[in-house]
Write a protein that binds this ligand. Structure first.
Ligand code: NDP
Length: 332
């Protein structure tokens, strides 16, 4: 049993229907009773954190609450033999930051089977440059590869390309030799999207609703991070036998499409979940990201913020203004 530790966390309170976050002093005695207590040094910012912090009850039911769907740090106490104190770990997904106090606090206590030992070549900050977004981008790319989408088959589209998932997907696909078309609402940031490796930057309005049932095939595959109407349009542009990894919903959860892309061109729509999949599946992608799938541009350009800057940074996610990877450094 570890003695009580006081620590700081960015907690969100509900007051008269409004949700307000602030840095507070907390105590490890108030964390849930789980097997592994972790001192978190870094977390990363994700769209889902912005939903939690703004009171989305599909993500977080009860407040006050500490968001942060991922965390990296060091174990300080553990009741399981193979995860000893001092072991650096990564935790992403499952219930972290949803209804379990998350990485925006300096301590978390989680089940042992949520913890991945830190890859040897990484510090905690590097792990959180990738974070949930990097893991998701990696899973999206792995699914395309599993469907045998190859660089020589044609271009790959990435929607929401400037976002946390989209920017890593763009860099990773490009480094694997794919020709990437970045579809983005921020065409004024074309230079930075090209620096990620995109060969073309196309305005998001190319996927505005169109009554035509199908379009001229343009992409061998795609990573879609936005869902909704843009995904329905994107499916019309996929080449025969092509595949789309679908992971997000910033443009809406509904998908109004026809069966035509599927029955006329054999297009595959591949769902990607990074949250509830078995730890071994996450581990396989972390192993790649810390090795041959390293995204050096993301590692070198990620923005570090402190807890006091969370409020503003999370609001940018909700209005689509966020770009690239943002790391929360608890030491700042
Ligand atoms: P970000 O906010 O960082 O990126 C989303 C990007 O989508 C924005 O930067 C913007 O990029 C674009 N965008 C924003 N609003 C709209 C809109 N109304 N219509 C079209 N495009 C829009 O979020 P994340 O990258 O963190 O997450 C992306 C999505 O993936 C979210 O829905 C998130 O919940 C989901 N997700 C799912 C996971 C899973 O396990 N399935 C795991 C992680 C994330 P641009 O300006 O370049 O177009």
């Amino acid at each position: 049993m570890t003695s009580s530790i006081e620590y700081k966390a960015w907690r969100v309170h509900e007051k008269d229907g409004a949700y307000v976050g602030a840095v507070e002093t907390c105590n490890t005695d108030d964390l849930p009773e789980n097997e592994v207590l972790i001192k978190v040094s870094h977390s990363s910012l994700n769209y889902k954190d912005a939903l939690s912090a703004s009171g989305n009850k599909g993500v977080t039911r009860a407040f006050p609450h500490t968001p942060g769907i991922d965390a990296a740090g060091e174990i300080v106490a553990s009741t399981v033999a193979d995860l000893a104190a001092g072991q650096p770990v990564i935790v992403t997904g499952y219930d972290l930051g949803m209804n379990t106090a998350g990485g925006f606090g300096e301590y978390i206590r989680v089940p042992a089977n949520w913890c991945i030992p830190m890859p040897r070549s990484w510090q905690a900050r590097t792990a959180m440059v990738y974070g949930t977004a990097g893991l998701t981008a990696g899973l999206c790319v792995a699914k395309l590869q599993k469907m045998d989408v190859k660089p020589e088959q044609g271009k790959i589209a990435v929607t929401g390309a400037s976002g946390a998932v989209g920017s890593i997907a763009t860099e990773l696909l490009s480094s694997l030799g794919y020709e990437v078309v970045a579809i983005s609402g921020k065409t004024d940031q074309a230079k930075s999207l090209k620096a990620l490796g995109a060969t073309e930057v196309v305005g998001r309005d190319v996927l505005a609703e169109d009554k035509k049932p199908m379009a001229k095939p343009a992409y061998a595959g795609a990573v879609d991070t936005v869902g909704g109407g843009p995904l329905a349009e994107l499916l019309k542009y996929i080449q025969p036998g092509g595949s789309v990894s679908c992971c997000g919903l910033v443009a809406g959860p509904q998908l109004h499409t026809t069966v035509l892309p599927f029955i006329l061109r054999g297009v595959n729509l591949l769902g990607v979940d990074s949250v509830e999949i078995p730890l071994a599946e996450k581990q396989a992608v972390w192993d790649k990201l810390s090795g041959s799938w390293a995204c050096k541009h993301a590692e070198n350009t990620a923005r570090d913020i402190g807890k006091s800057e969370l409020d503003e940074a999370l609001k940018a996610f909700l209005n689509g203004a966020s770009s690239g990877k943002i790391v929360l450094d608890h030491a700042r």
